[in-house]
Structures are given as C-alpha cells and as structure tokens.
Design a protein around this ligand. Structure first.
Ligand code: CP
Length: 312
C-alpha cells in the first residue's frame, strides 16, 4: 500500500488505512531511532527543504533530523531571512525551491490553505507543518502513534481534548484522525474557545473539563494560543488555569492509567500543573521522540510512493 497523494496536506484527506500505514512505518523508524547508529540510506539522493513562516522548535527540528538520519540533503528557509522579506510570493518562492531539485517541501504558514496552494503549483511533495487554524497533520499522526503504541489501538478509547479548541490546528487534525480510527472524542474549554458547529465533526462538547474527563483513556491539553487570539476570550490566564487547567485532582476523574498529552510548547502552570506535566502519566516527552519517527515515516512514504516500495 502507498499514500494516495503526492502531498500530506491534512488528516481530513487521509483514509484510516493510510493513517495506519504511517503508524506502522513509524514503528519501524522508531526501532531505527533507538539503535546506536541512527543513519539509514532510505532518503539517499533526496533533497528536503523546510520553509517556515512561523516559529517552531519541535516540528522543524524533527523534520531536519529525520531527513539527516535517512541520509537526505536537508536545508531550512525561514521567511525572515529569505527573499520573502523582499516581497516574493509564496508560489514564486515554492517554484524557486522546486527548480533547485527539492523532493519534499515542508511548510508552516499563518494562512489556512497555504500548503494546498503551494502543492498545486509545484512538482515536489508538500507536507503541511501547520497552516493557520486549519490543520497540523504531522502532530496528529505523532499523537495517534503515541496512543496506539501505549494502548494497542484507538478503537473505543475515550479521548478528551481540552482548552483552546477554536484556534487549534492540532485539535482539528486529531479530531479527524482519532474519529477515523474509532475513538470517542470529547472536547471542553471556555465557550468562547469552542468553535461553533464543532459537534458536526462527531465529537461530544462540554463546557467543563471535568465532564469531558470522566473515565477518559487519554487527556490532551492544548496550548492557549495568545498570539492568535483577540483580547477578551477569557478573563485572565489565572482564571483560565483555575477553571480549565489540568491538575492532580482533576486528573483523578480520568482512568487510573490515562495518558496525559500536550503537543507543546506548554505554558507550564497554565494548561498543566507541573505535577501533572512531569508526572508518571505524562507522555509529553515520548510525543517529542515519536515526532521524529513519524516524520521519518512520512518522508519515506512520500518519496517512495511512486515506486510502490514498502518496508512493512
Ligand atoms: N507542537 C508543535 O508544533 O511544536 P513547535 O511549534 O515547536 O513545532
């Protein structure tokens, strides 16, 4: 089996079978990551470019490391230090990179749909590393991989996603993916941070995190995206933490073996208490490690899709 599209633009476009193909491939890649010699020849002769118009630590670095571990040539362009700052359009920048022989361009952009526009206009594969408030598919894939690895399957799991759902591309991608894999997803947060019509995606909606967390197998807190918010969506960060922060007492509402997740970066003490963030149930550090394995898998699958090769 191969991925149907040359690009990874969103989880909305992927089938459950394609998601499982990525997860199974990532399992093999994780094995490679845990050996002493992380170098593999899978991407020898390929060029991978990261094109980031927004800041990033995890996504950008994990793509760069994934490329290098698999022997690709990897380079990074950030908008502030490129000709974008001289007024070059996204399509012209993309075509320029394409003509230099890029096989995959990984883009993060503040505008929803920017990766889709780029993908239509260039030959290289495009991976969406986060577009505005739309999707962050590679984050959702690493989140689903982490749950799948720990729980064996997502089928029938109760997953609570908490906080700023409105601005969260991570929440959107995870809702599409987790429901496709058979999980029962609940969302909760301040009513001003719940998008109208979110229930149409098949999730249960709650105004208190306590209701969403009862008997949950997985609890995922989201970052409060102060940079995307208009003022006044909640009174103060202290009040947010009081009503919607995940602390030790609230975590007891979930199952005893519930996983605590967060895509990062965490506003420590706001979305999660230090006790919960660093506690035994937290898999936040594993999410980071799995991010490299999942991105290795995606680069492998996208660059090999035409040949039909598969390592599973
Ligand atoms: N989770 C995530 O996208 O983190 P970065 O912004 O650090 O890439």
């Amino acid at each position: 089996m191969v991925l149907k599209s040359k690009d990874l633009l969103g989880i909305k476009e992927l089938s459950a079978e394609e998601i499982m193909l990525v997860l199974n491939t990532a399992k093999t890649m994780k094995y490679v990551l845990t050996t002493n010699n992380k170098k593999t020849p899978h991407l020898q002769g390929k060029s991978i470019i990261t094109l980031f118009y927004e800041n990033s630590t995890r996504t950008r670095l994990s793509f760069e490391l994934a490329s290098k571990y698999m022997s690709a040539s990897a380079a990074n362009i950030s908008a502030s230090s490129s000709s974008v700052s001289k007024g070059e359009t996204l399509i012209d920048t993309g075509k320029t990179i394409d003509m230099m022989g890029a096989d995959v361009i990984i883009i993060r952009h503040p505008m929803s749909g920017a990766p889709h526009l780029l993908a239509k206009n260039i030959n290289a594969s495009v991976i969406n590393a986060g577009d505005g408030m739309n999707e962050h598919p590679t984050q959702a894939l690493l989140d689903m991989f982490t749950i799948w690895e720990k729980k064996g399957s997502l089928e029938g799991l109760k997953i609570a996603i908490l906080g700023d759902i409105y601005h969260s591309r991570v929440a959107r991608s995870n809702i599409y993916g987790m429901t496709k894999l058979g999980a029962e997803v609940s969302v909760a947060g301040p009513s001003t941070l719940l998008p109208p019509g979110i229930e149409k995606t098949g999730v249960k909606v709650f105004n208190t995190i306590q209701e969403a967390m009862i008997d949950a197998d997985v609890v995922m807190a989201l970052r409060i995206q102060l940079e995307r918010q208009k003022k006044g969506l909640f009174p103060t960060t202290r009040e947010y933490s009081r009503f919607f922060g995940l602390d030790e007492k609230r975590l007891k509402l979930a199952k005893e073996d519930a996983l605590v997740m967060h895509p990062g970066p965490v506003n420590r003490g706001l979305e999660l208490s230090t006790y919960v963030m660093d506690g035994d149930q937290s898999v936040i550090n594993e999410q980071v490690m799995n991010g490299v394995a999942v991105r290795m898998a995606l680069l492998y699958l996208l660059t090999r899709r035409n040949s039909g090769e598969n390592i599973n």
